[in-house]
Every structure is written in C-alpha cells, then in structure tokens.
Write a protein that binds this ligand. Sequence first.
Ligand code: ZN
Ligand code: ZN
Length: 134
Amino acid sequence: MSKYMTRQRKVLLSYLSGHADELLSAQEIADALGPEAMSLSAVYRNLSELEGEGKLRRASKGNQREIYYQYIDAESCKGALHLSCKKCGKTFHMEPEAACQLLDAVARMEGFAVDKSDTVLYGVCGGCQEEKER
Ligand SMILES: [Zn+2]
Ligand SMILES: [Zn+2]
C-alpha cells in the first residue's frame, strides 16, 4: 500500500469514527472531506476496502436506491446489538440487558450462538412509530 493511500485511509477512518452508526453515502463522505482530501473514486475505493475488512457494512435507507455505509468498528459499537430503523435509517444500540436476554433465549431454544457484532435487527424506531400515529 502506498503512503498516499494510507493517508487517505486515515482521513476517512477518523471521519467515520466520529460518525459511527450513521448511514453515509460515498458522495456525502466525499463532500464532507472536501475534494483536496479525497476524490469520490478514492472514497469508493477505500470504503470497499474497509467493507472487506468488516469495519463497515452496507445499508439502505427506506426505499432509496443509494447505497449507504455504516461504520461499525467504533469502540462503542463493540459488543452492542444494533437496531436499525427502516424508515429513518437511524441505528440504535439495544440495551445490553435486553440484548443479553434475547441472545440467551436464542442460544437456549435454538442452540444457536448469534454473532452480535454481525447482527442487525431491522424495524421501525419509536420516533417513527409516533410520527405515524399523529
Ligand atoms: Zn454501534
Ligand atoms: Zn426511525
């Protein structure tokens, strides 16, 4: 890996770690970093590398076609079970106790050990449910 790539990667990683769990498109990231920092194609290249390393996952927001990336390697994300809202695209960390009970139940009843770091539950968040009722 060239020095140039390494520097870009650092810039990208520091940006992403400040925006853990947010859904960001490559274009949004490129805009935030500015053209001097990184071109859009460099953003794409680095994102796909990070995805390959398991630091990012791809996500979609509602019915939008655009691909979003979510940084999941942040310290706060380790060991958390993620809940992802299909409406607003926000991601939440499940209460550790609730996550523990859920995974325990799956382990007990299914004999299946869920990999928390690789699991996301999709649904509709409290905020979006309230909006509907209004
Ligand atoms: Zn997280
Ligand atoms: Zn929501």
